[in-house]
Write a new protein. Sequence first.
Lengths: 354, 416
Amino acid sequence: MPNMPIESGVPDPFQYMHPTLAKNFGAWDYHDRPRPGVLHHVAKSGDEVWTVRAGTQRQMDLYTIRKLCDIADEQGEGFVRFTIRSNIEFMVTDSTKVDTLVTKLQDEGFPVGGTGNSVSMVAHTQGWLHCDIPGTDASGVVKALMDELHEEFVREDMPNRVHLTTSCCQINCGGQGDIAINIQHTKPPKINHDLVANVCERPTVVARCPVAAIRPALVNGKPSLEVDEKKCICCGACYPPCPPMQINDPEHSKLAVWVGGNHSNARSKPSFQKLVAAGIPNNPPRWPEAAGVVKKILKVYKEDAREWERMNDWIERVGWPRFFELTELPFTKFHIDNWRGARRSLNASTHIRF
Amino acid sequence: MAKEMYSTPMLDQLEDGPWPSFVTGLKRLANDDGKPYQNMMIDLLGQLEHSYETRKGYWKGGTVGVLGYGGGVIPRFSEVAAKFPESKEFHTLRIMPPAGMHYTTGLLRDMCNLWEKHGSGLVAFHGQSGDIMFQGVETDKVQEAFDEFNAMGFDLGGAGPAVRTGMSCVGGSRCEQSCANEQKIHRLLVNNFLDDMHRPALPYKFKFKVSGCPNDCMNAIERADMAVIGTWRDDMKVKQDEVKAYVAEKGRKSVIDNVVTRCPTNALSLNDDDTLTVDNRNCVRCMHCINVMTKALSVGDDKGVTVLMGGKRTLKIGDLMGTVVIPFMKLDSEEDYERLVEVAEETIDFFAENALEHERTGEMIERIGLVNFLEGVGLEVDPNMIDSPRQSSYVRMDAWDEEAEKWFSRKAEEAA
Ligand code: SF4
Ligand code: SF4
């Protein structure tokens, strides 16, 4: 008789937590950052903890994980945690361990950084490695980008922190980012009519389309689906429930860059990212065109934004015309929103900068 | 016997450069002589290189699971198995990490040993869902791998139209800005809905995320159907001697430009003697000044949470942020926590009954209106739920007097 699962749910973290963190739970006093990549937290009890943060490749082979464990055991205190952006953090209570820990991580090829006003590791999805609907890879894009932005990860030289994200389809699992690099399809799905009837629940697929462009149809005597290509916005929403409606295309699935998404409530309210560039080729293995756009935006932001201005704060202050001028990105009719609620994004004033 | 390695000229280019390379890791597994996963990883590399060459993905879903559960395993079957047969099944186990993602090296090593035996040796810490993604296991090894994780005290996360794996920040374990017991809220909420997680039967996914303060490090407002965010309602704490020390270090101009004038509600004022005055009635707890002056400023003592609902990504009507449904609630006593669970239960029940197939909570609220949702789950309207009152007169308001009366009696009750 096979075992039924023990529905234990989310494990209690205290059994795996550094004892000084557990002891001072909910009773911390302040923190500072002695150097990029290192946090120093002081508890109300007077206890102190140093955290060394390092970037990882997220998709890790077990030898990489064991290497990180060896470092944690030998140079650290045997306790680690991961951040939401797949950085690993080593906690130590002995300040003299910090420098050796940092050096060891660097020697082993793990960049120490990602703290304060740095460029973060890219939040990303699975891509060609493991997703069933990806238009591009995720880990590869991230590797290529982080190689280019490595210097900004290990420093704290940005006006404010910069969160990067990437998504391999337009569902946007990577989420909102100060800069997001996302797939943008530009052609309607190519339908394999021989397969639709067997593979797809047709009413479900019809209901999935955001612009009601899909209707049931008989094609070559077989029940299938038809797309009104004039209406279709090439979003790919029909593809997951109906794989014979292939949306991914080696040439026409492009990359778009969005900026100003910010999840934090600091200063302004959380904001969504806005389209700034599209038509960027999906060009593995190093995606140089996409990296070029990202670097350009970062350079302008770094030069022009004031201290503590997050990407969206900066653009809010200088205005979108200036953003396009400074980044030398083309402004097109596609930047003007026509989705629901779009009027709220139009300028209904004479507020214009010259 | 190991297969021959494919030539992978495109992937090879991802081995250079300063950032750690996942390709180098994949190759390490593919070169791992004698390991059960070696051939699988050789073919996986072959298939990935094929994807890079053709710019296409080659995985499809299917049905794979463990006994007793309807979700939590992400099935992946290769569409190019004829060419790369050894990685034809490459499923993922979504395993829920300890809240706050704390690990001992012992735990990580145990997980590695387990995955070396049953899986591919490839692990992602963590997926966007907040799960540990144990990637690459064959269909007939899924159950044995899961059983071992389960025996270690770990459980599968959510997938499909179900309550999904939750996330909570480092919070109280290391952050002085924490206003809530994040891990407790996270575990209480998710673990209360394990049936809805493991047996997917909701209209679509439902996510909980918990951030200890309005910095919202877990992106809860943007991504979660139910976001619980720590906050406080008394005065923030100001250590005036630390303010003075900060001003002395950075200069007045810097403090004015970067702290005082960056306050969204002009609630800060730097005094002539370099102390700081905070207009706490108008502070919206945005965290900016506290983020900058970490020693001088800190959150207050009267802590609690704000609850927002309806955050989600693009599909299908466009991205939505969560909106406030409970401006403030205390989470001190067990009854307080029970009340929070009750709100989640009411919401998920209402969602299960009223959402259309494949509709998220936020889309449902958008379709039926916030007020219908609030009435459905038994929450009272509050001006903190809006940016501004309605702008259009096209609404029927003959029940105005009753509604005004409700407001006054609620206020009278609160005052009593
Ligand atoms: S790609 Fe999007 S818009 Fe076009 S038919 Fe499919 S769901 Fe509809
Ligand atoms: S927390 Fe934000 S709103 Fe409150 S005083 Fe500081 S900057 Fe102003």
